[in-house]
Design a protein around this ligand. Structure first.
Ligand SMILES: *[C@@H]1O[C@H](CO)[C@@H](O)[C@H](O)[C@H]1NC(C)=O
Length: 218
């Protein structure tokens, strides 16, 4: 009796692990699978190029010391280092980004559909937060200083704002070779073609004119 209940518990834990693993990048089945971006074959990720043709530079990127240009409407710039920049990241389930923030610049509310993010502040002061899913929609928000680290769980809407006096810089690691980004405002108000404004007026419980105004900005 005790052993069957403990094997049931182990089965439950295994099932839980599986469902978590399937939400993210699958584990690699070989040492390396450098992306062959020229292949016409479509797979989940990229097909591997011939291992004999793999070079050290397939695992290399240079430029994360460079300051991103924050002269834009939100005052921030993300420099991604994912499979598109390092083909050797293919199948490895990990990537990186540098984020620059002008004073009071924001990285607007967005989600990564395929990755948890762990962010380290390397310069300045950032207010960061994420919101849990329905029905709680609970906000977790905190002010971070240089050296502080914060986690944004996979799929949840999150944001950052530079609340310091100078520029701010963060390095984010993400648990996917290709985390994807859905910026909420761009997706909802800037889709192509546009979501009907009367639909959005009802969704946001405001006058259609307000929706037209927001849509005109995206
Ligand atoms: C930064 O971006 C702005 C807007 O696109 C552009 O006008 C400016 O020349 C850029 N600055 C640098 C240093 O590239």
């Amino acid at each position: 009796m005790a052993s069957s209940s403990s094997s049931f518990r182990i089965l439950c834990i295994l099932l839980l692990c599986c469902s978590i693993a399937f939400g993210s990048d699958p584990s690699p089945l070989q040492d390396l699978c450098v992306a062959d971006t020229t292949s016409p074959v479509m797979v989940n990720g990229f097909v591997c190029k011939d291992p004999k043709l793999v070079q050290k530079n397939d695992f290399f990127f240079s430029g994360l010391h460079l300051v991103g240009n924050t002269s834009n409407a939100v005052g921030s710039r993300v420099t991604p280092v994912a499979v598109a920049q390092i083909p050797g990241l293919n199948t490895l389930g990990i990537s990186l980004a540098r984020v620059d923030y002008a004073p009071w610049g924001i990285n607007p509310p967005h989600t990564h559909p395929r990755a948890t993010e762990i962010l380290t502040v390397i310069e300045g002061t950032l207010q960061v937060g994420f919101v849990t899913s329905n029905p709680e929609n609970r906000l977790f928000m905190k002010v971070l200083q240089k050296g502080d680290v914060f986690v944004f769980p996979e799929g949840l809407i999150h944001f950052q704002r530079n609340v310091g006096y100078g520029n701010a810089v963060a390095i984010a690691a993400l648990s996917s070779q290709n985390p994807g980004v859905i910026t909420i405002a761009n997706a909802v108000f800037g889709s192509e073609p546009a979501i009907p404004s009367d639909l959005l007026a009802k969704a946001f419980q405001v006058d259609g004119k307000i929706i037209d105004q927001i849509q005109s900005k995206f």
